[in-house]
Design a binder for this molecule. Structure first.
Ligand code: THU
Length: 133
């Protein structure tokens, strides 16, 4: 499945809501749910820097809070970057809690510069899913 223009565009739009006065680095994320709905998130920084929440986790928490747990794809937009920025290690771990390894990922700093991969590629040798059952 190719990630649609619509999903990346939703991520791009979500970056406009970024609260990033410290890094001035806006990030937007958009999750495609199994029912076809799209839920977005953005990075929310804090003056205690370590409490910053990335866009990917922000979107995931919003989606689960809205009753979704079946996810197909995620798009991430980093409009302030000079290259396509991939999710950080913490976000990769959190995404694998719900996203299957074959879920599609796309990240880009502009619509015409996007990298496409899968959750499994970002987080190989993922483990311990049996703890949830
Ligand atoms: N950030 C994200 O939201 N997602 C990423 O994948 C990389 C980093 C945010 C955290 C912080 O607000 C800013 O980008 C700079 O690190």
């Amino acid at each position: 499945m190719e990630i649609s223009e619509k999903l990346f565009s939703a991520a791009w739009d979500a970056a406009r809501n970024s609260y990033s006065p410290y890094s001035k680095f806006r990030v937007g994320a958009a999750i495609l749910c199994g029912d076809g709905s799209i839920i977005t998130g953005t990075n929310v920084e804090n003056r205690s820097f370590g409490l910053t929440i990335c866009a990917e986790r922000s979107a995931l928490v919003a989606a689960v809070s809205a009753g979704r747990q079946d996810f197909k794809a995620i798009a991430i937009a980093t409009p302030d970057a000079s290259y396509a920025v991939s999710p950080c290690g913490a976000c990769r771990q959190v995404l694998t809690e719900f996203f299957p390894p074959d879920a599609q990922v796309e990240f880009g700093n502009k619509p015409e510069n996007r990298v496409h991969c899968t959750i499994g590629a970002l987080m190989p040798y993922d483990a311990l899913h049996d703890l949830a059952h």
